[in-house]
Design a protein around this ligand. Structure first.
Ligand code: PMP
Length: 353
């Protein structure tokens, strides 16, 4: 072993769902939106000038922050933006989770939390979901160095109410509580209303799912000004130009088309409700979804076998080989046509068992 190797940071990276380089795959594995973004987004990207490509972008990201503040009816100093909510969450971990006490998050949750905690050498303790896959709020009453959970949770798609969130936030005035609302636009009631009441609550969101902009990498956080200022200070101690000009323009344009937004959310909700019925007919069940994906298990056939058989038919869904969830599939809600392909393939596969 070379001497320098002793000082290399030990990392165990997050493994995202597969991104095939061909378009022939029916891709229901990474919770992307199956529809193109609002038409104004493409216009805004085309309008990005040579001048603004030549120059550094606005380090304060004012254009996008102003649009978000207006959209969510908060002050500009309550908004932080980053390169997808992964960047925002990573920054929040760096900014707020510096205690010797453990950070708490659910055992079945977004796998990146554990990866950041490991990478940043933050102690953590995973809290088991109950047998119905709900968070147990009492698990978050103990001493801690911070709390983070998605709402709706991933990969379970289960939503907790704002009063549930408030209970955890109010019992932890000495910690920052991060609520990751990556999927909230698909029908969940947001906890944003709690922001004015609690100075320790940070809510993160993304343009990747409900706004069809995963490729652009745009995420944001909303919280009281002191939280946002602390995050900005950490970001500016690391990289002042996380957001590029094209992303700033695309994100701003997306926020201006509310009709597109509502219409496409409704389409995904309708396809989701249809999927629940169709999958139930095939013998699948799972928790009620408040997200753009379903978390399902089959009455007879092991999830891994279904996952592999679907893959052979070029239909990608997500399978997690982890305790408690290794008999479940996470299926992104696609277009009605994509879902028909899924049902047809599943019918064929299940017949062979
Ligand atoms: N939080 C959760 C719960 C997610 O599932 C994802 C998507 N992988 C993210 C955050 C990050 O999404 P993005 O970086 O694209 O905003």
């Amino acid at each position: 072993m070379n001497e320098w190797m002793k000082n290399v940071r030990k990392t165990e990276p997050y493994v995202p769902g597969e991104q095939p380089q061909v378009t022939t795959v029916t891709k229901l594995n990474t919770n992307e939106n199956p529809y193109p973004p609002a038409p104004g987004v493409r216009e805004a990207i085309a309008a990005v000038s040579d001048e603004s490509l030549r120059r550094y972008p606005d380090p304060d990201c004012r254009e996008l922050i102003r649009a978000l503040a207006e959209y969510y009816q908060v002050e500009e100093n309550q908004v932080f933006v980053g390169v997808g909510s992964d960047d925002v969450l990573g920054m929040a971990f760096m900014t707020f989770f510096n205690s010797e006490k453990p950070v708490l998050f659910p055992d079945i949750s977004y796998a990146f939390y554990e990866v950041w905690a490991d990478m940043l050498q933050i102690p953590f303790q995973k809290q088991p979901l109950d047998e119905t896959f709900h968070l147990r709020k009492e698990d978050y009453y103990k001493e801690n160095g911070g709390i983070v959970f998605p709402n709706p949770n991933a990969p379970t798609a289960i939503l907790e109410s704002p009063s549930f969130v408030e209970d955890i936030v109010s019992r932890n005035p000495a910690s920052v509580v991060i609520v990751d609302e990556a999927y909230i636009d698909f029908g969940g009631e947001s906890s944003l209303g709690l922001i004015s009441k609690y100075d320790n609550l940070l809510i993160t969101r993304t343009f990747s799912k409900s706004r069809s902009l995963a490729g652009m990498r745009i995420g944001f956080a909303i919280g009281q000004p002191a939280l946002i200022a602390a995050m900005q200070s950490v970001r500016n101690s690391y990289n002042s130009y996380t957001m590029n000009q094209t992303a700033l323009s695309a994100g701003t344009a997306s926020l201006k088309d509310e009709d597109w937004f509502r219409d496409h959310i409704a389409r995904i909700q309708n396809t989701r409700e249809e999927a629940v019925r169709r999958l139930a007919e095939l013998g699948f069940s799972g928790p009620v979804s408040s997200a753009n994906f379903l978390f399902v298990t089959h009455e007879r056939v092991p999830a891994r076998e279904i996952f592999e058989a679907l893959r052979r038919e070029h239909i990608y869904v997500r399978y997690f080989s982890k305790p408690r969830i290794d008999n479940f599939l996470r299926i992104t809600v696609g277009t009605p046509e994509e879902m028909e392909r899924l049902y047809t393939a599943l019918k064929g596969i299940l017949q062979t068992y």
